[in-house]
Design a protein around this ligand. Sequence first.
Ligand SMILES: Nc1ncnc2c1ncn2[C@@H]1O[C@H](COP(=O)(O)OP(=O)(O)OP(=O)(O)O)[C@@H](O)[C@H]1O
Ligand SMILES: [Mg+2]
Length: 377
Amino acid sequence: MSDTQTAAAESGSVELRGVSKSFGGVTVVDDLDLSVRPGEFLSLLGPSGCGKTTTLRMLAGFEQPDRGEVLISGAAVQHLPPHKRDINTVFQSYALFPHMTVAANIAYGLRQRRGVDRSQIRPRVAEALDMVRMTRFADRKPSQLSGGQQQRVALARALVNRPSVLLLDEPLGALDRKLREDMQVELKLLQGRLGTTFVFVTHDQEEALSMSDRIAVMLNGRIEQIADPYTVYERPATAFVAGFIGQQNFLPGTLAAGGRSVEIAGGTLQLAEPVTAPGAGAAVRAAVRPEAVGVAEKPPAEPANALPGTVAAVSLLGDVLQYLVHADSGQELLARVPRRQAGRLADGARVWCSWTPADVHVFPAEASTPAPIGSAA
Ligand SMILES: Nc1ncnc2c1ncn2[C@@H]1O[C@H](COP(=O)(O)OP(=O)(O)OP(=O)(O)O)[C@@H](O)[C@H]1O
Ligand SMILES: [Mg+2]
């Protein structure tokens, strides 16, 4: 390392520069640039097959990029094997040794490592057990633990090496919902306390939104948008991001001259900010989130951004009510209303759906999106 000072300052940073990978002629990671700050919790989020695991495996050293550079803590590592990188990986399958105790599982990596002082193994294992609150299970075998407890052992086994960077590939995927939510909170607190850089792969958008400092939304081996959770949710850069994170009502229409409104079947959408691209007269898709749609029996005072229709279905989603409304103009609209504020609307009720100009996002019509529920397309 030529400049140790720079390296120290960047300890825990992760960078991919122009990284590509293909299998059998099919590009699965496509000229990817990614920069993760020391101590950051970054999620790679995207649909199945978009290249998340491949990206992580190239960071870890289990896969070689065809092109590009991988830097960890400021040093190029793409030619180094996994154990020579200042990095550890936690996989979805815990892969614990069944015949070893919890403590022996955690100690295993340290024992295999050169340069680890033998006398340090016991205190470091104790420290790792304490971090994941598993001290009292130290002498059990993995088969005597619940799924969440096994997951914590897998985490401790990675943390005991004190890596600057931890890579996690859907580590909570095998847990049931309640346990997963508890572990999300624990993991986030632990990460903040340790200051370890986390690169966390998930296809669960709620998990990414609740845990991450930033989210890189991937599609077809590329990053569609990288930003903090609020920005990704409130200001999606593409129609794909808009539809993949949370739900959207996509309304096809035509951009009016001046870019201040969109003509849709049955009405006009006023926009909070004028849209310059793709230009007046262009076919567009306006996106409105279900939670932005109000449902009322009376027409709103403002005729724009409102469609009359009929309630087709009502479902209770915990503390919100979801209405599926068939607009008279043909679109299907999803609306989510806090249960306590919702009126008693039943199937067949005649209603008006409305929303504010600030809740409308406009995308080019041809952009690729998964088919969202409530899409009129
Ligand atoms: N070793 C391999 N040989 C051939 N194709 C591969 C290999 N590894 C991955 N792929 C392909 O590369 C693409 C990306 O796979 P990857 O595992 O990175 O996706 P992912 O985003 O992690 O998806 P998931 O959410 O399903 O885990 C997929 O189409 C997959 O079939
Ligand atoms: Mg994967």
